[in-house]
Design a protein around this ligand. Structure first.
Ligand code: SF4
Length: 159
């Protein structure tokens, strides 16, 4: 995830991260890091096997205008982790397309690339500049499109 306070872009290691050891500035780490808790800690129905260090996927909830969206960050070294077995089934359920679900938007990031999961399928929205505002719209063919709101007028169709 991107962290504005230390100008860390999304999809890359933090300059303060010491893999296997923790944070080199622990104690002085940014507020965004201090207050962050992933959805695995909050949401009681997420099984143990989907814990981020096992699944390679981090689940976060983001309040949108109409709903609380599920935003998913996948370890770029295992880019298909969100598509596998129990994780994919859980995410599908969250869209309302897998039985008992939340019927909410599920956005999956793998580095700079994003997928939108809906009850109808998984849509590759391509690379997105996550530091700029963007909107997901429905195109005339019924598929979702991304429209970057700053610096780009070109909606890109999902594949
Ligand atoms: S906790 Fe430390 S290593 Fe982790 S993102 Fe924040 S500053 Fe970087």
């Amino acid at each position: 995830m991107g962290i504005e306070e230390i100008e860390k872009p999304g999809g890359v290691w933090c300059q303060h991260a010491r893999p296997g050891q923790g944070c080199a500035i622990h104690g002085q780490h940014p507020t965004a890091c201090r207050v962050f808790m992933c959805q695995w800690l909050f949401q009681a129905d997420i099984p143990e096997e989907l814990k981020p260090n096992r699944s390679k996927v981090i689940l976060t909830a983001v309040k949108g205008a109409r709903e609380t969206q599920l935003v998913v960050y996948t370890d770029p070294s295992d880019p298909n982790a969100w598509r596998r077995g129990a994780m994919h089934a859980f995410l599908r359920q969250q869209t309302g397309g897998g039985g008992i679900g939340y019927a909410r938007s599920v956005m999956v990031w793998v580095g700079k690339r994003m997928w939108l999961m809906t009850p109808d399928g998984d849509f590759d929205l391509g690379e997105i500049n996550g530091r700029k505002k963007f909107r997901i719209e429905k195109g005339p063919d019924g598929k979702p499109y991304v429209r970057q709101l700053e610096g780009s007028d070109d909606p890109r169709p999902a594949s």
